[in-house]
Design a binder for this molecule. Structure first.
Ligand code: TYD
Ligand code: MG
Length: 455
């Protein structure tokens, strides 16, 4: 039994255990249990000081609540993912791998908002003020009236925020903060939770929008942002593939807006630039489209985005053929390969298969099934798809091509970028100047690619 007041807290999922073990019984993460002294048993309420409460005051559903005011920061891609700007009194968690560009993004957000008249503070627990200042100057934002501070003590931060009136406060990062009310080390679940709790309370009480940075680590040496996701109003994830300049801001939870929205940025010498037309960026429009390439007309959030799926089907040099996927789901590829073999007679079981989504984007829509299949078929048959053709549609296990959401929007975006044809689910009218070649089954699509028969 652990000694009094001590407990073992999983740094990955936050579950509390009474005994140490190598693997967390709750989330199965290895080596993630760390002893932390609890100030009171987890989940227990503090003893009441006043005795009795006053009771609830109920209100009706139909009572009018005005929609929340918003602070538009001026970084439009960021504002859109937040649902049209940040809501005063709300807390936002921005998670992402170290080095992806979280500090850069939030410094730009704070600076742009400050230039538009909002009172902004940027508190860094990781970098010295000189570093932050130098970065801002390099990005051409040296004149923005942002108040900077380098501090890791939660008490100092809360005191400091009391003295001035702020609209927006950035805390970079939540894992560097420590509260002297707890004995646990900075970055532990206890500390991260306590700091987030205090800051969220301050945000609500004073009507300040607070953005917390949270590093995502695979090692589990510091508490992951997951343990505070339930406390905040919105969770945003900043993602990017190594070696690509593109960064995607994704809403994972949002009490004040839609969650499937994305913002696209490009990391350059002078910070992040907003990408207003992602399709043009992810598409390689120069040159002929080679065999094995298919352009997918996708929807990310509320926007249509065209991306290229690239497949390579090659003879296998080893006993067990290789399958490698970048930017798409492994399981989904296995399914498409099985359907191609069972329903279309195209067996690729003895060949290496590589599938890549160009540009470093991660696609999770089922509508991409047909695009992936078309790329695979095209590579296997060494038959290039027409240069001006986009593909979309979901594939069922029976080999049927099924309709997907917002097909008109997909066609319109493709037409806007100069495409003329679409390989798509059956029953679609040709629209927006696009000739739609409807496929009822995957085998129809295969035949069309093989016979280069485009009606
Ligand atoms: P940073 O915002 O510090 O990442 P995080 O806060 O998520 O850890 O960004 C770090 C990376 O971004 C770093 O590798 C350098 C790169 N970067 C640029 O390429 N251009 C720039 O203008 C800036 C500021 C950073
Ligand atoms: Mg940083």
């Amino acid at each position: 039994m652990a000694r009094d007041g001590a407990a073992y807290v999983c740094q990955s999922c936050g579950s509390v255990q009474t005994k140490w073990s190598g693997q967390c019984p709750a989330c199965a993460a290895w080596n993630s249990l760390v002893e932390e002294v609890q100030s009171r048993p987890p989940g227990a309420m503090a003893p009441s000081k006043t005795g009795r409460g006053r009771g609830l005051a109920f209100e009706g559903l139909q009572d009018h609540t005005p929609s929340p005011p918003r602070i538009a920061t001026g970084v439009e891609e960021f504002d859109r993912v937040c649902g049209g700007g940040v809501v005063p009194g709300s807390a936002i968690l921005l998670g992402g791998d170290p080095g992806v560009g979280k500090s850069t993004l939030l410094l730009q957000v704070a600076a742009q908002a400050a230039l538009r008249g909002a009172a902004c503070a940027y508190i860094s627990g990781e970098e010295a003020i000189e570093q932050v200042r130098a970065r801002a100057q390099r990005m051409g934002l040296g004149d923005a009236p942002v108040k900077l501070a380098a501090e890791t003590s939660l008490r100092e931060i809360l005191e400091g925020l009391k003295r001035d009136r702020f609209d927006l406060v950035v805390i970079d990062s939540i894992q560097t903060l420590w509260s002297d009310a707890h004995e646990a080390a900075p970055g532990s679940v206890t500390q991260v939770r306590a700091a987030a709790g205090e800051l969220v309370r301050m945000a609500k009480k004073r009507g300040v929008a607070v953005i917390l940075v949270g590093h995502v680590t695979k090692e589990g040496t510091i508490a992951g942002p997951r343990v505070i996701e339930h406390m905040v109003d919105a969770v945003l994830a900043f993602e990017g593939e190594r070696g690509y300049p593109f960064r995607i801001l994704r809403g994972a939870k949002n009490r004040f807006g839609a969650t499937d929205e994305i913002g696209v940025f490009e990391m350059g010498d002078v910070g992040l630039t907003e990408v207003k037309n992602p399709s043009a960026l992810f598409l390689n429009t120069a040159g002929e489209r080679a065999a094995g390439a298919a352009v997918f007309a996708g929807i990310e959030g509320s926007r249509p985005v065209l991306v290229e799926f690239q497949a390579l089907v090659a003879p296998s040099a080893y006993g067990t053929p290789r399958r490698a996927v970048v930017g798409w789901d492994n399981g989904r590829l296995a399914m498409i390969l099985a359907v191609l073999e069972a329903r279309c007679g195209l067996g690729l079981g003895d060949r290496d298969v590589y599938l890549n989504v160009a540009g470093g984007l991660r696609i999770s829509e089922p509508a991409a099934d047909l695009a992936a299949a078309a790329a695979l078929i095209s590579s296997a048959l060494d038959e290039a798809l027409p240069q001006d053709c986009v593909v979309f549609g979901e594939i069922s296990l029976s080999g049927e091509v099924r309709p997907v959401s917002r097909m008109d929007a997909r066609l319109k975006e493709a037409a806007k970028l100069g495409f003329k044809k679409a390989l798509a689910p059956e029953g679609l009218e040709s629209a927006a100047g696009m000739a739609v070649s409807g496929a009822h089954r995957l085998a129809d699509a295969l035949r069309r690619i093989r016979d280069v028969d485009w009606a």
